[in-house]
Design a protein. Sequence first.
Lengths: 267, 260
Amino acid sequence: MSSEALTQKIASVFQSVGATTLSFFEITGRLFLFMMNSVNHMLRPPYYPRLILRQMIDIGFYSLPVVGLTTLFAGMVMALQSYSGFARFGAESAIPNVVVLSITRELGPVLAGLMIAGRIGAAMAAELGTMRVTEQIDALQTLSTNPFKYLIAPRLIAGITMLPLLVLVGDIIGVLGGYLVSVHTLGFNAATYIQNTWNFLSFMDVFSGLVKAAAFGFIVALMGCYHGYQSKGGAQGVGAATTNAVVTASILILVSDYLLTVAFFSQ
Amino acid sequence: MTEIMTPTCIEMKNVHKAFGSKVVLDGFDLEIKKGESVVIIGGSGSGKSVSLKSILGLLTPDSGDITIDGKSVLSMSGSAREKLNNRVGMLFQNAALFDSLNVWENVSFALMEGEKLPRKKAKEIAIEKLSLVGLSPEVANMSPAELSGGMRKRVGLARAIAHEPDIIFFDEPTTGLDPIMGHVIDDLITHCVKTLGASALTITHDMASARRIADRVTMLYQGKNIWTGPVDQLDDSGNPYVHQFINGLAEGPIELDISR
């Protein structure tokens, strides 16, 4: 290989690294600006109570079956798995604690967050994306209505407030799942199980889970709105926006879950 | 002589806009007098929509100035822009009706959100505006998805005029309609514009429609304004580009750029 070709090759490597870095910063910058703009409009009036309520019903009420089923089975599996593991060194009595802690701290918020990312994040991206490509967002602006206030703020508010409530319900159902398996198939005493569950549960366990849930609700709504709002190029663009909304929301949920866990529980 | 006396409503001066390396507007000038109906004609991809969206504030030009009633709209704050938009109505190409709302909520959207009218009153006005565009009150409670193309255009028109704007924009009002429905929509547009005494800007490549709507026609080609004149001088413009375009000739100075 001649030295000229080699230089060119090396230059092109640097070029592609540079281009990737630049586009990474461009995307994070744009996302950050979008987030600041959204939060700004979310906090200041005018508010749209009707729209907020509609989003709350969509996110909160209609997601109950999905979240309930997910956490129910998560609790049941937790009980079975920890039994088969703990029985080896005679620690079966720890099962109620393990179930309630893992559900309230981790599984409840994370599973609910991921389910909502699939259910709500995708729907938001598809709806806003369609509105974008059919010029409905432009139409809003020409009708003197700020799309950030009218479309995005209600979704963010509903996401932040509804996910903790969903997770609270999910926590209870998840613990119930663990209880059902433990009492009916593993032969635990019902009263002891409930007492052990209750004794070891601290306020912080539930509270940290609910804070996580609020953060995940914000992430899901923000990603759904961002990708939908920025989408272009017809049906294909809306499809891509939907995929991106779910994928980025899921990844960010897991990343922020780690960071929040560090913030809450690492001394 | 009245033309000299009429004040200017919208003016675009030397507006440039490019997307990446693709130059769309390349020094575009346009003047619309108060109460005048101007039509921009031009081929697909010639920058008609971009010029309209720049005036509406949906796009920001790279350079040049756009004024409405002498005030530059480019340096306006968000709230001043929203206030200005209260005076503006826009009919989108595919009507862009909000499909989460029914027909009357669409029509009276600006009244309910902007002027905070109670819903009952807003509905009455919506039904009145619907009758102006030839739609019966039963349509009011339908959802936009149930409407045909012509009906959607009518609802879009009713929405554009509901808050009685004095500036109205029409983005290809007849595209996608059959010739008869196109004619009906044109008549509605001229009627509404005249009744409101509004200034109107229409972009279209439908020549029959342009002749019916326009007081004045301007032709946009490769990002520049290449001819402007009263609609009755369209046929003897002396401009070979205009001649080719209005007669739809395959041969002429305009080269079809297939890649656009």
